[in-house]
Write a protein of this length. Sequence first.
Length: 237
Amino acid sequence: MENQNKKKILSLRWAVIIVTSYLILFGKGKIAHIDLGHLFILVYILSNLLLIFIPPKWFSNLKFFYSLVLMDTGIVSFGMFLSEKVTTDFYLVFFFILILASMSRNYKLLMVISGVTAFLYGILLYSWGLLNSEQGVSYAIRIPFIFIMAAFYGYIVQTFSKEKQEQLAISEDKYRGLFENANDGIIILRNSPWQIADVNREVEQLTGYKKGELLQKDALDLIAPPDKQEALIFLRG
């Protein structure tokens, strides 16, 4: 899993690097200092080459992962600035994709929505006559850029959501095993007065009731009538 995460992240970063580099080199902003653009691209490429030597387990570390995401967001935003000289519509779509990816719970659905968003944005650029202009190529690059960024951030969100769910499931299985196999009877109560929410096997053996029957009772039903008042005082503290 860790190796797979690393490979996918590196692959997505290469896609982001390529598209961002195209934006800088062919964007309509035509940066004044081309050497700055070349340096930017070189640093971004080197950053991904360095990540090749990072242990796979780091890519499952939340602090490292979030640091990487913040770094990429800053780098890409700066790359967009170098290319587009802060074009409002492009930034709005870019940050819309970031918000969409961070809130998405279904990666396939995210890809569909991102594809539709990129397509509609392409139609908008075409309706403005920008795709047929002298700088049409620089505008056309925005369309795959939007989709690739959605794939990148969407994968990050989905990966960590999935890992958290798996860790939670493992933790639940672990404590469920301890709960069921305990030598003492354990009863879990609901918020409502003494309603039984769960019991382990030992309680079934001690009371002679099946679990389904016990879940229909409250804890006081298991106490002999003479002892109920004393038990109630004890339970109320």
